[in-house]
Design a protein around this ligand. Structure first.
Ligand code: FAD
Length: 394
């Protein structure tokens, strides 16, 4: 019998493998990954620096341990170059392999801005443990003892988390974003302002309402020129402008792709016996998430549980529900359920502040609460707000 083949050993691939093994400990399982196959929790990448954690300390299980735990063959440092849905096989660096069922969990790629300048190719992005290892190495070159100067492009979730973490780790951080507030796409204005003050109090310099227009080598620095006419000299530029689902493999195999790999409510792609989940997938079904990219842990876990059941013979709908994202900015810990992007223009926020805590509730055009944010966040408030989702304004 041919194995179930999972392409990718990130949280999506490994969570699916674990869920599958809870239901089926007989069928052969093969995981093929272009990285070294160690297990790590990716959200830790943006809050590990201040804790002094190296990349190897973040890997909680090696490939060998994962292979034993999952009773799986794990082919590390092996790229899948093509999928042939008609012949039910994948073409890899190690040759062709047939599958019974195949799951694509190849994640997303950092968006590379087309910024001019002779140092633009040196802009880093951290979306993998290997990126984090390379990034830490660069930070360790600091001879001054004052921390290095880092420009972060993008004050979204990841950019704000890195800004907080790297400042906590002793570096001098400038956060640059075209919006006039950090976290503008996800949080209400009051919460964004709260985060801005907290980051500034910690020592982060925010340059908002502008973008990097070029990145060039200058004497002993990298000069980031900004669209507003100013410039800053830094030692390192980190890009956190977003991710793009990796659809190349799926598209080349003739599967339907849109922004992500299109899957139905069972996680099935448009080719028989091929599924997709995680950062590469575009979920087109489920009550709360029509045609959405959901690059977070909670949805991939829900998808993994359902797809595991479907793979093992019980077709199961992925029941996606809203789940709060905890923003790992210790200077201003937020919890958010962001409204769907298409709802933002037609809905409105209602913000309340009591003592130190700010709560923002988002109401769609029908007056129904579909999102919220709270900071500083705590479990009890989060739960109350979760329970209020879907209810009308009072
Ligand atoms: P990935 O982890 O990218 O895994 C993709 C895998 O596919 C890798 O193993 C790769 O080697 C392999 N691969 C790719 N192409 C091929 C190929 N052709 N052949 C073989 N293998 C291939 N989410 C939250 O909910 N909360 C958070 O606090 C949070 N914090 C985050 C902080 C950071 C810094 C980042 C970057 C993300 C964060 N996220 C957070 C998002 C979350 O971590 C991701 O949604 C999740 O880890 C994606 O997992 P994945 O398995 O889909 O992708």
């Amino acid at each position: 019998m041919n194995p179930v083949i999972i392409i990718g050993a990130g949280l999506a691939g490994y969570t699916l493998a674990r869920e599958f093994r809870k239901l089926d400990n007989v069928s052969p399982l093969t995981i093929i990954t272009s990285d070294s196959g160690g297990f790590y929790s990716k959200p830790m990448l943006s809050n590990a620096y201040a804790q002094g954690k190296s990349a190897s300390q973040l890997v909680s299980q090696t490939r060998e341990q994962m292979a034993t735990q999952l009773d799986a063959t794990i082919l590390a440092k092996t790229r899948v170059n093509a999928i042939d849905p008609a012949r039910k096989c994948v073409n890899t660096d190690q040759g062709e392999m047939a599958y019974e069922q195949c799951v694509i969990a190849v994640g997303a790629q950092p968006i590379r801005l087309a910024i001019p300048g002779n140092a633009a190719t040196g802009i880093l992005a951290v979306n993998h443990i290997d990126d984090y290892a390379a990034f830490r190495l660069r930070c360790e070159r600091d001879q001054s003892g004052k921390g290095i100067r880092i420009a972060i492009l993008g004050a979204g979730l990841i950019g704000c988390e890195f800004a907080d973490d790297l400042t906590g780790g002793g570096h001098r951080v400038t956060l640059i974003d075209p919006n006039t507030l950090p976290l503008a796409a996800l949080a209400s204005p009051a919460l964004s302002r709260g985060l801005q003050s907290a980051l500034e109090n910690k020592g982060v310099k925010l340059m908002l309402g502008t973008t990097a227009s070029s990145v060039d080598q200058a004497d002993r620095a990298i000069r980031v020129s900004l669209a507003n006419g100013s410039s800053i000299d830094v030692d390192l530029v980190l890009s956190a402008v977003g991710l793009r689902p990796d659809v190349a493999l799926a598209a080349a195999a003739g599967l339907q792709v849109h922004r992500g790999i299109v899957v139905d409510s069972f996680g099935r792609t448009t080719a028989p016996a091929i599924y997709a989940l995680g950062d590469c997938a575009e979920y087109t079904a489920g009550n709360m998430a029509m045609g959405q990219i959901l690059p977070y842990i909670a949805p991939l876990m829900t998808a993994a549980r359902a797809i595991a059941r479907t793979l093992s013979g019980t077709p199961t709908v992925i029941d996606l529900k809203p789940s709060p994202v905890l923003v790992k900015t210790p200077s201003y810990p937020l919890a958010l359920v962001a409204p769907a992007p298409q709802e933002v223009a037609s809905g409105h926020w209602i913000e309340t502040s009591g003592g130190v805590q700010t709560i923002a509730r988002f109401y769609d055009r029908h007056g129904v609460m579909t999102g919220f944010g709270v900071a500083p966040q705590d479990a009890a408030t989060r739960q109350q707000l979760m329970a209020a989702l879907g209810t009308p304004a009072t």
